[in-house]
Design a protein around this ligand. Structure first.
Ligand code: P6P
Length: 336
């Protein structure tokens, strides 16, 4: 019988590293795990369960809510509230933050921000989608109602961050600031098992991920970076390959394993950028840096150093292999 390290065992083992966590972290992650297993089951049968396709409602950004978006948001919200270790939640699918005022929840010290089902527009075409989560210690007094300040913290302050990718296999990848570890779901056991210990970007990535359809709308620096990627150079292995599947979690995960950079610039269509700083940029940037990569919103502007102004604020996002992000930053600095 091969031994394997389950996520629960891994967290307990690591718990020893955080005496102050007093088991709350384990309970929080077991809630996330439970929700991920439930969502995984629905995502994998979405085509049959008539649960795909627009739910007919719009989320707070006027985007058509897919039924699975709505379902996933409810599953994670209920799982986190039930465990009593979270006092507040913010979600792409919720207009404002939610205060969990249950007896136990009121004494909890963690708040969670989630993008319940990132890339959900890809559900109907069977492209991997994902859940992204970001965990902070609250900054207002324990026992009082959470406030916006508990959620508008810079990404550097995250206690943990991670994502679940519902793909050919379902994985949970997370970091608590001590490196990045990936766990693959084994449905026959109902367990997430350690499959990718200490994930680090390989040296010298050669993949760039960007929606080149918007080329004419991009800043000059990004236009020049794209041309740089396409020029021949045996030393830097160019031309690079372009891989863009339209699902941040899937593009990010592939680039983390194979080496690469994901770019979502500002454009005339998205003057502030498209992606959300709090529950897309910050958690993915936390993972990227912990894996030896880099994440910026512009030249000299690390994602994790940004001071959020609003829950759903958008941002430009460039993240992945450090040497590739450095090169993007060089072009942004030189050409804007
Ligand atoms: P576009 C999905 O809607 C998402 O937020 C990310 O998952 C993805 O990388 C990006 O938007 C795709 O955006 O404009 O290229 O379709």
């Amino acid at each position: 019988m091969s031994t394997f390290n389950t996520l629960s065992e891994f967290i307990v083992e690591r718990q020893m590293d955080y005496p102050q966590a007093s088991g709350e972290f384990s309970a929080l992650f077991s809630a996330l795990c439970l929700a991920a297993k439930i969502v995984n089951r629905e995502v994998n049968k979405a085509g049959l369960a008539n649960i795909t396709g627009p739910a007919g409602e719009l989320n707070s950004h006027g985007e058509a809510q897919q039924k699975l978006d709505v379902y996933t948001n409810e599953v994670f919200k209920n799982a986190l509230a039930a465990r009593g270790v979270v006092c507040g939640l913010a979600s792409e699918e919720e207009d404002s933050f939610i205060y969990f005022d249950g007896e136990q929840n009121r004494q909890a010290k963690y708040v969670v921000l989630i993008d319940p089902l990132d890339g959900s527009s890809n559900i109907d075409v069977n492209v991997p989608v994902g859940t992204i989560f970001s965990i902070y210690r609250r900054v207002t007094p324990v026992g009082s109602p959470v406030t916006l300040a508990d959620f508008l913290q810079p990404g550097r302050a995250q206690a943990a961050a991670g994502y679940v990718i519902y793909g050919s296999s379902t994985m949970l990848v997370y970091s608590t600031g001590q490196g990045v570890n990936g766990f693959t779901y084994e449905p026959s056991l109902g367990l997430f098992c350690l499959s990718h210990p200490n994930m680090q970007y390989p040296r010298g990535g050669a993949i760039y991920s960007i929606n080149e359809g918007f080329y004419s709308h991009f800043p000059d620096g990004i236009k020049k970076y794209i041309k740089y990627c396409q020029e021949e150079d045996s030393v830097t292995r160019r031309p690079y390959s372009t891989r863009y599947i339209g699902s941040l979690v899937a593009d990010f995960h592939r680039n983390l394993i194979q080496g690469g950079v994901y770019l979502y610039p500002t454009s005339s269509r998205y003057p502030e950028g498209k992606l959300r700083l709090l529950y897309e940029g910050n958690p993915m940037a936390f993972i990227a840096e912990q894996a030896g990569g880099k994440a910026i919103i512009g030249a000299g502007q690390a994602v994790l150093e940004q001071s959020p102004q609003s829950l759903h604020q958008r941002t430009a996002l460039y993240l992945g292999s450090a040497d590739m992000v450095d090169k993007v930053e060089e072009f942004l600095r030189a050409f804007g």
